[in-house]
Each structure stands twice: as C-alpha cells, then as structure tokens.
Design a protein around this ligand. Structure first.
Ligand code: MG
Length: 277
C-alpha cells in the first residue's frame, strides 16, 4: 500500500492511494505502522491533495555515509570497511513541496543527496542479517540536504546535516510488501530539471539488511525509526566545478516505486526562522 499524509477539513489524515483517488482514514501514524484495519471516511482525488511528510516524527533518523562506491570516489573518501553512521535531528524533517531554508550568513554550500529511506516496523536488537528485512515497515524517499561548509569545518556531521528543513521525506510511505527487493530501485535527483544523480540501490556497498543488522548490534531500533541509506554519485560538492543550491532552485528526488519528492530552496536574509513544533 501507498500511504500519504495530508490536511483534510482542518485536520491531518492518513490516506491510501487507490489509482487516481485517495481513501481517507482516521488512522494515526502508529496505526499505519501497526497495520490497524480501517474503514475509509471518504475518497478524494489524488490530484487535489497536498501531501505532508508521510512518516510522522521518528525517535531517530539514522544516516549512512559513503554507501555508494562512486560517491566515495567523487568525494575523495576511502570506501568504509563498515557502515559509517551519523544522524540528523528530527527537527530537520520537511514535507514534500516544502521550502528548504537557510541563512546565507550560516552556510553558502548547500547540497542535495537523493536517498532511499527505510522505516523500521518493530523494535529490535541483535537482528541477524537473514531476518533484517522482516523489521522493515516500508520505504519513502529522502533528501539528506547538507551544508557542506559546516560539515567540513565542524569535523563531524551533525550541524551541517541538521538545519531546520534539511530532511524532506515523501511523498508516499510505501509498505514493504510493495517493495520486495529494496536493492533494485532506480534513484535519481534533478536540480531545476537537470539530472544530477542517477543510479540504482543495487550499487550500495552495504545493503539494507546489513545496515539494519549492523545498527542493531549497537543500539535499539524502534518502530518508526528512519534509516537513510546513503546517496549515489553526482552530488554538488563532487562535481567540477562544484555546484551548490541557490535561492529559488527546485530539487527533486525520485525513487522507483515511491514517487517524486519536490522541494524549493529559499535563502533567508538573516531573519529568524519559525520554531519547529
Ligand atoms: Mg546522505
């Protein structure tokens, strides 16, 4: 099933995409995750709906760096011997069609990263790789937006990865039964219509099952946690000349079977941005 979240009659609702229509439900995100049965409240044309981030606010966003060989090469990094883990704060989460905002006083090197996002469906530790896919509730697309200047100058990633609005996800949450093989999905990004990244999840150094097993040796995975699985080659910092996003740019991340995540860049003039609730 393909779930989206959206506003309807003043409230947020989850709905199931059914062809050109959306079946509106009264389920909360936890209900979607636990596959609670539902009776549709209404049916709306998909074209009339403005989707929101489809996966609620997770306990944690686990990110994997340098998980595609060509991306290691373009950034001059040695391919890791084991998964490289970092995180983004959950206040960075953003909607499909949302604005990606930053202050030019804070960063001038904002980059895109198309990624397959895995949503964990049940709690687990010490998960064997052979059983890891059974812990997946579903998938969405993510853009691991990064302030490269902060990422490099800080020596560790978290500030440069965690600016408010720097983690758009969506447009749909696709249940795992609809994507039986997460290692064979086309993935791409387009900046103002120009293809910047074009690859397939088959090119991951560490596949999704390995990542889940590896993480769970160290910490508890909880239902709703999100795992960003790394980005392929073609990011702005790896290009010649380097290319970073500018005010007014449109950035699209597309993952096969999930859809297109479209966001707009807005560079603030230093005014305060709103508090994330
Ligand atoms: Mg990334």
């Amino acid at each position: 099933m393909k779930w989206i979240q959206f506003e309807y009659e003043g409230n947020t609702h989850y709905g199931v995409i059914d062809g050109e229509m959306v079946q509106v439900t009264d389920l909360a995100w936890e209900d979607v995750l636990s596959k609670r049965p539902f009776t549709p409240l209404a049916a709306l044309p998909l074209a009339d709906i403005q989707p929101l981030n489809p996966i609620g606010r997770p306990h944690k966003i686990i990110c994997i760096g340098l998980n595609y060989l060509d991306h290691c090469r373009e950034t001059g990094a040695v391919p890791p011997e084991r998964p490289l883990i970092f995180t983004k704060f959950t206040t960075a989460m953003n909607d499909p069609d949302g604005e990606v905002r930053w202050s030019a006083a804070l960063t001038q090197k904002v980059d895109y990263e198309a990624e397959l996002a895995v949503i964990i469906g049940k709690n687990g530790r010490y998960i064997p790789e052979s059983d890891a896919l059974s812990y997946i509730a579903g998938y969405t697309a993510a853009n691991d937006i990064t302030a490269r200047d902060l990422q490099r100058s800080d020596g560790q990633f978290i500030r440069g990865k965690s600016l408010d609005s720097f983690c758009p996800m969506g447009p749909a949450f696709v249940t795992a039964d609809d994507i039986p093989d997460p290692q064979n999905l086309e993935i791409e990004s387009r900046l103002n219509g120009r293809v910047m990244q074009e690859s397939n999840t088959s090119q991951m150094i560490f596949p999704v099952a390995k990542l889940i097993s590896f993480c769970s040796q160290a910490f508890t995975l909880e239902a709703g946690d999100v795992l960003l699985t790394g980005t392929p080659h073609g990011v702005g910092i790896g290009r010649t000349p380097q290319l970073f996003m500018q005010n007014g740019d449109e950035i699209v991340v597309e993952v096969e079977g999930i859809g297109s995540l479209r966001n707009w860049c807005r560079v603030d003039d230093g005014k305060e941005q709103p508090l994330i609730s």
